[in-house]
Write a protein that binds this ligand. Structure first.
Ligand code: COA
Length: 415
């Protein structure tokens, strides 16, 4: 079966996490992704957080499926020539070097346009134009600078980063959308263009509801669904909301049976207004239906913490899965806190290809997260990540280099 991005060639000049997540998605959709790395070490993540000596780390393998790897030294004149040949041949160049690095290699936007006016040049940087535009940025810096850390955690604790890699993988997703949009526009105009996604912007986009809350706070000085209401104090900025829901239906994380020994024996419970009657009946508090303090969503707001404490008395008598079964029979929205161990073993995720077992020639079998975006006409087959330089000869041949030329370039360290 053909793939959505069949025929699209990507010069993948990305490293670490943010850029590689973007190009991995494009590869899953069928693009030919040629990853350019330095001979010898390659992408720094190949050697980071290794669990098996001298074998590409899971950090690398899980971010670089379905790609080809070529080694090129972009700072050597002959290496630059090979890169230029790739620029001429490819549709998109994706990079996430530190600000200015691509220009310093000699690949300015103007030079790339001279080589290939159809080329789309897609970049991730930590910040957009402004005071921090020259800064190097990693995941947690973006979470802090994009508004996530100041709004995550509990009110009496410090700002907190989240395990979801919203700065890296989140910005990779944003960039991938920018690239396919630019490819779509190129069908009409024939022109390439620059696509940029700043990690601060990507995180802020994902924290959109918190900027909503900032403006509500500025106007009304109070937010009734936050745990600070009614007894806490609101300052000038959106506070950390603990586990409160970010939407209009109050929610909280509640203990379940076994919480004393299992750190994940919890459930997220949402007191959705349309099923309030069912909630009262299921947890054995039918009197709440007529109690004026609980009868309407508005009346309940000042009592939310008490309400959740009472609901928790019920959830603590059930495992998270028992609670899930019972609550779903009544359409009460809830979600078990699932550990990575539980997710890795979940049969339904294996069945949909969201969790995939991959075989690697050096590390053997490992689990990875497959493509979370499912296209009915372009199914994803997850292929192991390439070894460093595994496809150099193949790609050089496609670029028209003969075996002797390749050997000479290798001897002088250009590839
Ligand atoms: N051949 C020759 N040189 C190469 C090369 C190649 N194939 N690939 C990379 N290099 C060079 C670069 O040109 C650069 O050289 P320069 O500093 O002389 O210009 C050098 O390697 C280092 O690149 P850099 O991007 O600065 O890497 P770093 O390890 O110092 O910094 C980041 C890493 C992630 C902090 C930085 O790349 C960055 O801020 N990127 C943008 C934001 C981002 O994506 N962050 C998230 C990463 S998950």
């Amino acid at each position: 079966m053909s793939k959505a991005l069949d025929g699209v060639r990507i010069l993948d000049f990305t490293h670490v996490q943010s850029g590689p997540t973007c190009t991995q998605l494009l590869a899953w959709f069928g693009a030919d992704v040629i990853k350019v790395e330095r001979a010898g070490e390659g992408d720094i993540t190949r050697g980071q957080l290794r669990d098996i000596p001298d074998v590409d780390s899971l950090y690398f393998t899980m971010l670089n499926h379905n790609k080809r790897s070529v080694t090129i030294d972009a700072k050597k004149p002959k290496g630059k020539e090979v890169l230029e040949a790739l620029v001429r041949k490819c549709d998109v160049l994706v990079e996430n070097f530190a600000p200015g690095a691509l220009d310093r290699m000699g690949f300015t936007w103007e030079r790339i346009q001279e080589l290939n006016p159809h080329m789309i040049v897609a970049s991730i940087k930590g910040f957009g134009p402004g005071p921090y535009q020259d800064c190097k940025v990693y995941e947690n810096v973006a979470q802090c600078a994009g508004g996530s850390a100041s709004t995550t955690g509990f009110d009496d604790g410090p700002p907190m980063v989240t395990g979801a890699q919203i700065g890296d993988s989140g910005t990779g997703l944003h960039l991938a959308l920018g690239i396919v949009t630019a490819l779509y526009q190129r069908h009409r105009t024939g022109r390439g263009q620059r696509v940029t996604a700043a990690m601060q912007d990507g995180v802020l986009n994902l924290c959109r509801v918190k900027l909503r809350d900032q403006q509500r706070l500025d106007r009304t000085h109070v937010m009734e669904e936050y745990p600070q209401y009614p007894n806490g104090v609101f300052g000038e900025a959106v506070p950390r909301a603990g586990n409160a829901s970010g939407g209009g239906q109050p929610g909280w994380i509640l203990k379940c049976k076994g919480w004393e020994t299992d750190p994940n024996a919890y459930i997220y419970f949402i007191t959705q207004a349309p099923v309030w009657k069912a909630i009262c009946e299921v947890i054995g508090r039918p009197e709440w239906l007529t109690d004026p303090r609980y009868a309407t969503p508005k009346a309940r707001l000042p009592h939310l913490q008490d309400i959740f404490a009472d609901i928790e008395k019920w959830t603590m008598t059930k495992t998270k899965f028992e609670a899930m079964d019972i609550l779903n029979q009544h359409d009460i929205p809830c979600g078990p806190i699932l550990s990575m161990k539980e997710l890795a073993a979940e049969p339904s995720l294996r069945k949909t290809g969201t969790i995939v077992e991959v075989d690697h020639p050096k590390r053997g079998k490992y689990l990875t997260v497959g493509n979370p975006i499912k296209l009915s006409d372009s199914p994803t087959e997850v292929v192991r990540s390439p070894l460093l330089g595994e496809h150099t000869d193949e790609v050089m041949a496609e670029l028209g280099y003969g075996t002797e030329q390749v050997a000479a370039l290798r001897a002088e360290g250009a590839i």
